[in-house]
Design a protein around this ligand. Sequence first.
Ligand SMILES: NC(=O)c1ccc[n+]([C@@H]2O[C@H](COP(=O)([O-])OP(=O)(O)OC[C@H]3O[C@@H](n4cnc5c(N)ncnc54)[C@H](OP(=O)(O)O)[C@@H]3O)[C@@H](O)[C@H]2O)c1
Length: 324
Amino acid sequence: MRAIVFERYGSPEVLELRDVATPTPARGEVLVEVVAVSINLSDWESLHGTPAYARIGGLFRPRRTILGSDIAGRVVAVGDGVTRFHVGDEIFGDNLPRNGGFAEYVAMPASALAPKPAALSFAEASAVPQAGVIASQAVALAEPGSRMLINGGGGGSGSFAIQLAVAKGVEVTAVDNAGKLDFMRQLGAHRVIDYRAEDFTRTGPYDVIVDLVAHRSVFAYRRALAKGGRCVMVGGTARTMVRMLTIGGLLGLATGVRLGVLMVREGPAHFAAMAEQCAAGSVSICIDRVFGLKDAPAALAWHGEGRALGKVVVAVGDAGRSPD
Ligand SMILES: NC(=O)c1ccc[n+]([C@@H]2O[C@H](COP(=O)([O-])OP(=O)(O)OC[C@H]3O[C@@H](n4cnc5c(N)ncnc54)[C@H](OP(=O)(O)O)[C@@H]3O)[C@@H](O)[C@H]2O)c1
């Protein structure tokens, strides 16, 4: 099968289209013919090996040589013990941390999959799992009428989170680069901030801060929080994570706020509900661009260089959009 492979950490140039062995599904796994795979920041982090936690299990060389966690496609074979899925089923799911989605086929646990809602295309379904779950669990922290700031609001998770928060009656401030401000306004954000022009920690106060790309000090986050407020880091630097989990906890206790890390609960129990909301039309799936498999390095660069509004998708098989 064809797959996009990398054997050393680096920029998208280290990715190569190669012929590799098609995986065989083990017990409890299904073999999926991948139709679409969406890009998450976690793919960019795994490609570069930064932040440090992206090297867990592969300090000097990547342990998993094919990126891509969020896939949609068709079941083409099932391993022993799989009764929930059958050959021909249209499914979608999240294969983090095993990845393998930038390929024509991926073997993944049946427990990581859900039936694809008929109303969603494969590209749309692939865009939901990781980003949709992060967004719904982050927005669950905010009460209607509260003030919420979403840092990194113009990316995959942020584009879902803004919509969910606004629908819940939360007053949303969204932060991202200048090229994404109109996009975030269109999603419903009440106020937008260009992170290169203004320091959001000197605005506010906010009842909830969700930081998808956290790199600030715990004192800066504390400054932007209202009394009793809560700040959670979802992604960002390893250093910030350590500080959030140590000094952040103590500072929070001393000053009456909560600072920490959002540990996202993954799996179909969480992402299937989000996909149903999208299928019902209450949340839009924002796909900036669709690339073909051979252009996956360009797709990662497009996402990683911060040009994508919402999600970027790679069409692998018969999605009808692949130029190769
Ligand atoms: N906690 C958990 O359990 C868990 C689970 C899964 C994933 N994650 C993490 O969650 C994060 C999810 O990210 P995603 O996939 O939604 O990312 P994404 O689509 O790349 O969106 C991130 C957005 O942040 C923007 N950004 C970059 N630097 C910024 C800054 N300094 N200030 C404000 N905005 C900035 C990016 O734009 P530009 O770069 O163009 O400026 C982009 O629009 C990842 O870090 C992932 O590792 C956490």
